[in-house]
Design a protein around this ligand. Structure first.
Ligand code: FES
Length: 97
């Protein structure tokens, strides 16, 4: 089953201030077949960034750090399992810390 996910990494001003450029670079450095990594404009979640949205799963990760990107890549993009401890609670209120 081909993996056809898209990773949007917000590169708008607020997320960039919070380090979004290195998050984008970290995803690009760990390519996964069938997964597209895209620099996006504001995802409407400024201040909680860097924001990462995985489509078509509609999974939101907030406050992503570059040393956490490998975990998202391995567990979610390759393993198809959300990284529950990193989910944005506003979009995934079912997740308890
Ligand atoms: S600047 Fe990234 S969500 Fe708005």
């Amino acid at each position: 089953m081909p993996n056809l996910k898209q990773v949007l990494v917000c590169q708008n001003r607020t997320c960039r201030k919070q380090g979004a450029k290195s998050i984008l670079e970290a995803f690009i450095a760990l390519p996964v077949p069938g997964v597209t990594v895209t620099a996006s404009s504001c995802l409407g979640q400024c201040g909680n960034g860097p924001m990462v949205l995985v489509l078509p799963d509609m999974v939101w990760y907030c406050g992503v750090r570059s040393n956490e990107v490998a975990l998202i890549v391995e567990q979610h993009l390759i393993g198809d399992k959300k990284v529950t401890q990193m989910l944005d609670k506003r979009f995934h209120p079912e997740q308890k810390k």
